[in-house]
Design a protein around this ligand. Structure first.
Ligand SMILES: [Zn+2]
Length: 1018
């Protein structure tokens, strides 16, 4: 077919659809009565809507202040003369939708007068079936949310004041465009779907292809045979003209797509958590409605938290969801509490994502998820395969790496191997979206893009509008049906994640292996943005560790009550806030303000648990006759490694060493504790750091340690998410000081305090100190941050020649090159780490630990005198303007320690900064002895708690921290009957009773192995 013919047909068909078929899909319309009531502030439940307060409302009128809720009452009678069945009568309501970006604008939820949710109204899903017949009256209520579109298409990332309700204006955002009763013509609807699929397929076929010509010819004939003045009467004839083209089967080698209904609903992002709850109700109600219409439709839904919101807020809707779950059609996936970030959550927290998610799904539905489902999280930690497998998952799905800036990931289906060697079957949908609509373009892209062809030929396509777009639509299902076997198209099966993974594993018997983290070459600013949220997460994780440890110790020693409910509530809130737009700092100000308030409440609750438990242990609660002595000051260490002379999980008397003095000299200052000798210049920067015993200088020739650096930080797109490498072209060292002085800190330590003013407003006060006997120099940086679009780093040039740097991740560390040999290394210019990073040579190394910083960059530089030195930098703060123009403004306190020693020393400093030694008053006794202790410092007891099933068993979680195969003895501070190895859900793994001595067991650990032990008390 000549090109001009194809083009003519395409134009003809498109116009015919637009001007003839679409209008004809509605046989008749009828007007309705309309009234409205606007909630004064936050949403109110259906039961509390004042039904006498509605006033008449007219189509065309503006409604809806930002974040407001307007209730519409819609009523009327179906015209008696309609020749229609109930299935063809619908209410259509256009709230003033824009047809771009469903999910980022107004939405409605339709309720019956009895308070039953019927369905939602969304831009591409704006109807509700009322179940009424001609002559029937009806009345419904529409809970319409006037959510602002903060993203505005994600084109220019303009700062918006709408992200905090207090800052938003009260001007109406929308105008009600249409509310009508429709009599649909289903046959015309089917014809439109036929055309949409064929037209989309033809567009993807090569110009010279006979199949393309045949489809276009059929479409041309369809226009010929459908009478534009009687579309309803001739739609069947039009469909007959297309039947041949639709009946031609798929090629034997066609790619097979497992189409899985889905809705990616971000648990908070450009809206607050309370709106996500309503978004879930709307989308779930659409899904239930679609399931009624189509018996083959299934829907995969992640995040136990979202199910829990519906259970608690919409119990009747939840019972309908539960019924569909039990039928196997509404399918919980992922097994996690939320789709969390995986770069930043600590090891135990990532485990708890699975424990809390699993408990919910198991308790509510009796099922376990076999796959991890994180389509959108911003890169994936090398610890995840082991954690996922320990949680019973055998498959992993993500899509995000298709966003890589530089390198194309070489596989779509492969085995992913984590730092400990655990492998998990992994799939990246080659469709490159988790919100497909099953268009010809998407299907063709999935087939063309699939990188494992030749070895495999199947992929998964998640389809459905996310984020309040309302999930899958009947049009998508119609497209799936037409592409089940269609020449020129991939085969589309309406299917489930487990069916896909089972078939994909059978098909690809020997998958390729990818080792290490799945680093996202994008969104590198998410390790730093919204520092208060990061700090709150870090503090909460460590307070939870301490609360469980001391509460478990108190229960075992005295029978004190264990605060199960309070701990579960705190964990669940911490886990929610690890969602992949909250902890990464990419949400609006409202979300982050609320997150920080939640972290304050969590801290109060956990400090209460810790104080109570410690009082029980030290006798300060007055419960013990024996301990009714005069309490002395004690230090206690909640860390699993010895810190400052206090044993792991133990108590010790107060030390009696005198603070290390700071001596002022002609050129600056010196601090010397016999272990380290620190020389600082008059600007308070370290010019020499000597490891006294090794007689080894840490500062490279001509360099200074601990320099604050300020950079321009204006990423091209996605401001809060991204750091562009171009930041390195700017930047200045903050050397000038307002003052340098020797001060005494609250704990009696001498410190050097420097105060610097940046620009005209940002004040940075930094103290540097060295504890008695310590091998680490402590920095405390207090910043009153008033910068915009700038980034602050703290730089430590160290005289270490290292090809690679180690960064702590969950239950171990990952090693990344310091060079940029390959494009993969080059793209990794900003990296996440947990409590510490380390660079080392054989026998010598330097670690940099932090109390709440995640973003780092570690580079190599030519050294004067030969070789290279390393620069370790922490990324302390950013100030992006989108989506929160006030991000990170105000006061921050960040702690850093630079330690001379091996990875074990870095790890110890990481624990010291994050679980500071507590000073308490009381009596050390048998009660205060540790519950569990490892005899090997690299075999770390990360967690001590009571069992989730509340039987009173003690559970400990261990990991090997250094990458060294090890045998360790775990000694318990209480008698036990058995010690069993379990999965993450504390269920015994086969034949797992460990060889036990009187109060100890021996464990053999692989490098970076994670192990859970369940101890039944004797
Ligand atoms: Zn997302």
């Amino acid at each position: 077919m000549p090109d001009r013919d194809s083009h003519r047909i395409e134009l003809r068909v498109d116009r015919f659809v637009r001007e003839r078929l679409q209008p004809a899909s509605v046989v008749a319309t009828a007007s309705v009565a309309l009234a409205a009531w606007e909630a004064p502030d936050e949403p109110v439940p259906f039961e509390e809507v004042p039904h006498d307060a509605f006033t008449p409302f007219r189509v065309g009128t503006s409604w809806g202040k930002p974040w407001g809720t307007t209730w519409f009452e819609v009523s009327g009678t179906v015209p008696v003369d309609w020749d229609a069945g109930a299935e063809d009568i619908e209410l259509k309501m256009d709230l003033g939708f824009s047809l771009t970006q469903p999910g980022f604008q107004a939405e409605g939820l339709v309720w019956s007068p009895e308070g039953v949710i019927l369905k939602a109204l969304e831009p591409f899903n704006d109807y509700v079936r009322l179940g009424v017949r001609p002559g029937d009256p009806f009345r419904v209520y529409v809970e319409a949310a006037s959510n602002p579109d903060i993203g505005a298409g994600f084109i220019d990332f303009r700062p918006s004041g709408l992200g905090r309700k207090s800052a938003a204006s009260s001007d109406a955002l929308y105008a009600l465009r249409q509310v009508e009763l429709l009599h649909r013509d289903p046959e015309v609807g089917e014809l439109i779907a036929d055309v949409w699929t064929l037209r989309g397929l033809a567009k993807e076929l090569p110009e010279g292809s006979p199949r393309r010509a045949a489809i276009l010819t059929a479409l041309d004939e369809m226009v010929d045979v459908v009478d534009p003045t009687d579309v309803s009467g001739t739609a069947s004839t039009g469909r007959a003209a297309l039947a041949g083209a639709l009946a031609s089967p798929a090629a034997a080698t066609a790619h097979t797509v497992y189409a899985v209904g889905h809705a990616h609903i971000d648990s908070a992002w450009l809206w607050p958590v309370r709106e996500t709850i309503r978004k879930c109700a709307r989308t779930f109600s659409n899904v239930l409605d679609l399931m009624e219409q189509d018996p083959d439709f299934t829907f995969a839904c992640s995040s136990a938290q979202q199910f829990a919101w519906i259970r608690d807020g919409y119990p009747k809707l939840f019972e309908r969801v539960r019924a569909r779950v039990l039928e196997g059609r509404f399918i919980p996936v992922g097994g996690m509490w939320v789709e969390s970030d995986t770069n930043m959550p600590g090891g135990e927290a990532l485990v708890r994502q699975f424990i809390e998610g699993h408990r919910f799904f198991f308790d509510e539905f009796g099922l376990e998820c076999r796959e991890v489902w994180l389509p959108d999280s911003f890169g994936h930690s090398g610890a995840l395969p082991q954690i996922a497998r320990a949680a019973g998952a055998d498959s992993f799905l993500t899509q995000k790496l298709s966003w890589n800036e530089v390198n194309q990931f070489p596989h779509h289906t492969f085995l992913w191997e984590g730092i400990d060697g655990t492998r998990i079957f992994t799939h990246f949908p080659p469709v490159d979206t988790y919100s497909a609509v099953l268009s010809g373009g998407e299907l063709a892209h999935a087939e063309r893009n699939f990188r494992d062809k030749g070895h495999a030929n199947t992929s998964l396509v998640p389809f459905g509008f996310g984020d309040g777009g309302g999930g899958p639509t009947r049009e998508m299902i119609a497209a799936a049906r037409r592409t089940r076997s269609l020449e020129g198209s991939p085969r589309v099966l309406l299917s489930t994640p487990s069916a896909f993974f089972d078939d994909a594993k059978r098909e690809l018997a020997v998958p390729a292996v990818w080792v290490g983290e799945l680093y996202l070459e994008f969104h590198r600013g998410t390790y730093t943005s919204q520092a208060r949220t990061k700090r709150g997460n870090r503090r909460s994780e460590h307070l939870l560790h301490e609360a469980e440890l001391w509460a478990a110790t108190a229960t075992v020693r005295t029978g004190a009550d264990y605060p199960y409910e309070q701990l579960e509530a705190a964990w669940r809130l911490v886990l929610l806030q690890q969602f992949h737009d909250i902890l990464p700092g990419s949400s609006i100000g409202w979300v982050h303000d609320q997150a920080v308030q939640n972290y304050e409440r969590i801290a109060d609750a956990l400090e209460g648990i810790i104080t109570t438990a410690i009082a029980v242990l030290t006798g300060e609660d007055g419960s013990s006759e024996e301990l009714r002595l005069d309490g002395a000051e004690l230090r206690l260490n909640g860390a699993p490694v010895p810190v400052d002379g206090v044993p792991a999980f133990g108590f010790a008397p107060m030390p009696d060493h005198t603070p290390v003095p700071i001596i002022e000299t002609d050129t600056g200052y010196t601090i010397d504790n016999g272990v380290l000798r620190v020389v600082l210049d008059s600007a308070g920067l370290v010019t020499s750091l000597l490891d006294v015993a090794a007689d080894r200088e840490v500062v490279p020739p001509g360099q200074r340690l601990g320099i604050l650096q300020l950079f321009q930080d204006t990423p091209t797109t996605w401001d809060a998410w991204d750091i562009d490498v171009s930041y390195r072209a700017s930047g200045s060292d903050l050397i000038d000081t307002d003052s340098v002085s020797i001060v005494t800190l609250a704990d009696g330590t001498s410190a050097l305090r420097t105060i610097r003013t940046v620009g005209s407003s940002t004040v940075i006060a930094q103290t540097i100190s060295l504890g008695a006997g310590s091998n680490a120099v402590d920095y405390e940086t207090r910043i009153d941050w008033r910068e915009r679009q700038r980034m602050l780093k703290l730089a430590f040039p160290v005289d270490v020649h290292a090809d690679a740097a180690a960064s702590e991740i969950q239950f171990g560390h990952i090693v990344r090159p310091t060079h940029t040999n390959t494009s993969w290394d080059l793209a990794r210019f900003e990296t996440p780490a947990h409590r510490w990073v380390h660079v080392g040579e054989e026998g010598f190394g330097v670690g940099v630990a932090n109390d709440s910083t995640y973003g780092h960059d570690i580079t190599r530089h030519a050294r004067s005198g030969g070789g290279t030195y390393s620069v370790v930098r922490q990324t302390l703060l950013r100030a992006p303007l989108f989506p929160d123009p006030e991000a990170d403004q105000g006061e921050h306190t960040l702690r850093t320690a630079i330690v001379v020693g091996d990875i074990g020393e870095a790890m110890r400093q990481g624990y010291r900064l994050n679980i500071p030694v507590r000073e308490v008053v009381g009596v050390a006794s048998d009660r205060t002895a540790p519950l569990a202790r490892s005899d090997r410092e690299n075999v770390v007891v990360e967690t001590v708690k009571l069992a989730e099933d509340r039987t009173g068993d003690v559970v400990i979680r261990l990991y090997e921290a250094r990458g060294a195969r090890s045998t360790a003895t775990i000694r318990f501070g209480f008698p036990f009957a058995t010690v069993r190895e379990t999965d993450l859900f504390e269920r015994e793994v086969a034949a797992s009773v460990l060889t036990a001595g009187a109060r100890e067991v021996t464990v053999d650990m692989r490098p970076f192995q994670l192990m859970t032990l369940r101890v039944t008390r004797g």
